[in-house]
Design a protein around this ligand. Sequence first.
Ligand code: NAP
Length: 284
Amino acid sequence: MLVLDGKEVSGKVRASLVPRIEAFKARNERPPHLTVVIVGDDKASHVYVRNKKIACEKVGMTSTIHSLPADITQNELNELLETLNQDDAVDGILVQFPLPAHLSSHEVLKTVSPEKDADGLTYTSLGYFFAGQPTVRPCTPEGVMTILKHFNINVEGMRAVVVGRSNIVGKPMAHMLTEANATVTLCHSKTKNLSEYTKQADLVVVAAGKARLLGKDDFKKDAVVIDVGMHGTGNNGKLCGDVRFEELQGWAKAATPVPGGVGPMTITTLLQNTCLLAEKRALR
Ligand code: NAP
């Protein structure tokens, strides 16, 4: 089985960003800048945010973290986002989800300027994306497409199943695979006999958010399996995905591990998006 090493792909893509960032710096007297907004003290979210900042700095970009108290109001959060929208030194804005229950991600996605939408999730960006127009694209599914391309896995004509239909992962993933000429089935929690679908697929992308949900018996021989899931405690306290990766050896043709598969590519796509947004704004 070919292990689809996301760290390897990430390294290559991040190295290709360095000269772009240098060129941007030479023209604009500063590197591209990503601002990350995090609300509350969820430990895992803080780790993700710190990793994003470190990743920015490693490729020569700068990054600021706005860490806000869990009881901040929607108005206060919106005001901060409006300030960041207006700040010429900020190229990308990312609000770390999930938010505390009293805050609305819908409000956030309406407030962040599409010109600074590093996550590719504002409704304007998604509108362009689903209409097939150039735009920043949602980081996680775009990262998956980059992994497939890197390992020369051509999905054209493949029967693909995506498990999960969130706006962040499942829906844009299904659209990207359709764009790449796969024939796509989108499954979700109300799908009856999920395994019947996944077992017929040449390619399965699993983004259900359920630790170790699928294993060898759910895939056909020589399937390509992409595991988007990320769980801190699903496998005796070890980080694991939605797939029982250890069962796939000798069965799947290729699969992403967790950790070290899709996760690093999500951050890498965020860096690419921020760089692109900075370059676009600088041209105006
Ligand atoms: P989400 O918003 O919770 O969506 C989960 C989706 O899976 C929903 O559409 C849900 O169906 C479906 N689902 C849940 N249980 C299912 C089951 N038993 N069978 C079939 N479908 C099922 O999650 P998300 O934001 O898309 O994230 C999914 C996973 O990816 C999470 O583990 C998350 O931590 C991880 N993630 C990883 C990265 C990364 O960089 N690696 C990035 C983003 C997310 P309904 O619509 O019917 O509820």
